[in-house]
Design a protein around this ligand. Structure first.
Ligand SMILES: Cc1ncc(COP(=O)(O)O)c(C=O)c1O
Length: 452
């Protein structure tokens, strides 16, 4: 007799649901716990507790496959949206990828130029090459951020965008930049890698231009090991960046729909943030205002007590009430004074850093051989040889930005900590005044700066 199919009311061939083994169990969680370096024995206590409390469920660490639709990455993006007061936020796996996605979203590509400052981590410049455009390097001024006049000089009919970098948490001259951008119809991408939580004239850095790109790598104000944040006011830019960051918008809400508008779907990369990064970043962003507010207070305490001689001054400040303020920048009469001051301050117990421009540093354009020598991954040399590019390639050379080398060489940055007490601030100001006075007197009398 013919057996009855289950679909027609017969018995099922397989009668029991197979119980899945969770993808991420106690072992994976314990590996994370180990990262925190707990006291001996505590790890075992944690493991015992986990084993007792374990429900057999595991998290989804892929943002777009979250069972309740509310992934940690999405929560982080929504938190950032509130924090930065912008309608669209996209979390990425780094600031470098955020910059590339921002350029692509903005329509930067073959035949276009993008202006970038001479003093930034070289990722800001290499992102332009990855996006198949020509980087045009502009000077910085004595604020250590992009020189707005040089930007204007370097605009050509091929300029599509400007990347401005709030270096060391110092704010760029955003009013002037936005005016120029408006005048020449340019997209402004703020590289906020080093300035998360900072301000410019009452606005959060990263929310003034068209797109803000933040870094969450280890060295930044807040971090998740690696990671990035993109902020947008414009939905179309957000949509295009989302497409590019997610291998052609694999996981957009209506994922199998055709594009709603020309330019929405195109081949992209995978720059997605993982749920692990997002969990750490979510906790970190809760701390950001407190960190920056404390830094700004400590900075003010120190700077208000400075009494500097003529041979040294603080950097030009595009907003004395803005920035992040984890450094205080001093500009000396010459490089020799800056280097001597760093050594003298170190002996006083005050940490500072200089930019000896003769020492290789990825933050100084002079050492971006990748760009200066037009190095590319394949011998065809795209984008420098791109037939769509009708402009004149910049004359890249190590001495093409003399002002930058001058300002960098003469500057000294004193680190500011959120953990400083009032006494620390007093002593740091006292130490700076003392070193500045002695070095200045010796300079004026043409004496050796340090007797060691
Ligand atoms: C100014 C600047 N832009 C971009 C980046 C790149 O950030 P990420 O390491 O997240 O790719 C950095 C990192 O140091 C940076 O300092």
């Amino acid at each position: 007799m013919e057996e009855k199919l289950a679909i027609e009311g017969g018995p099922k061939a397989k009668t029991k649901e197979t119980q899945g083994i969770p993808k991420y169990g106690i072992e994976e969680l314990m590996e994370l716990v180990k990262l925190w370096g707990l006291k001996p024995g505590t790890e075992q206590l944690v493991r015992n507790t986990l084993e007792k409390a374990w429900t057999g469920k595991s998290p989804h660490l892929f943002r777009y496959y979250h069972p309740d639709g509310d992934s940690m990455t999405r929560r982080f993006e929504m938190e950032c949206s509130k924090f930065f007061d912008v309608p669209y936020v996209l979390a990425t796996n780094s600031c470098t990828s955020a910059l590339i996605a921002a350029l692509v979203a903005a329509g930067v590509g073959p035949g276009t130029e993008v202006i970038v400052p001479s003093h930034t981590f070289f990722a800001s410049a290499s992102a332009i090459v990855v996006a198949k455009a020509i980087p045009v390097i502009a000077e910085i001024d004595d604020s250590h951020t992009i020189d707005v006049q040089d930007v204007e000089r370097k605009i050509t009919p091929y300029t599509k965008a400007i990347i401005v970098v709030h270096m060391k948490g110092l704010p760029c001259d955003m009013d002037a930049i936005m005016n120029i951008a408006k005048k020449h119809n340019l997209v402004v991408i703020e590289d906020v890698a080093q300035a998360a939580g900072g301000w410019y004239k009452g606005k959060r850095l990263g929310t003034i231009g068209d797109i803000g790109c933040f870094s969450l790598d280890h060295y930044k104000v807040i971090a998740s090991g690696e990671g990035g944040i993109m902020t947008f006011k414009d939905e179309w830019l957000y949509t295009r960046a989302q497409s590019y960051h997610d291998t052609a918008a694999c996981w957009r809400p209506n994922r199998y729909e055709r594009e709603r508008k020309e330019g929405e779907l195109f081949a992209g990369e995978n720059y997605r943030m993982s749920e692990l990064q997002a969990a750490v970043a979510f906790a970190q962003i809760q701390k950001l205002d407190r960190i920056v507010n404390t830094l700004r207070k400590n900075y003010k305490k120190i700077i208000s007590k400075l009494d500097l001689p003529e041979t040294v001054r603080t950097l030009k400040d595009n907003d004395p009430d803005g920035g992040c303020r984890y450094v205080l920048g001093l500009l000396w009469k010459d490089k020799e004074m800056a280097l001597a001051a760093r050594k003298a301050l170190e002996a006083e117990g005050i940490w500072g850093s200089t930019h000896d421009t003769d020492v290789r540093d990825w933050h100084v354009y002079k050492y971006w051989e990748h760009i200066l020598e037009k190095k590319t991954a394949t011998k065809e040399g795209c984008p420098y040889t791109c037939p769509y590019y009708k402009g004149k390639l910049p004359d890249y050379s190590p001495d093409m930005c003399p002002d930058t080398l001058d300002y960098l060489g003469r500057s000294l940055f004193i680190g500011i900590s959120q953990n400083y007490t009032d006494e620390d601030c007093e002593q740091i100001a006292y130490g700076i005044n003392k070193v500045a006075k002695v070095l200045s007197e010796r300079k004026t009398k043409n004496q050796p700066l340090l007797n060691v």
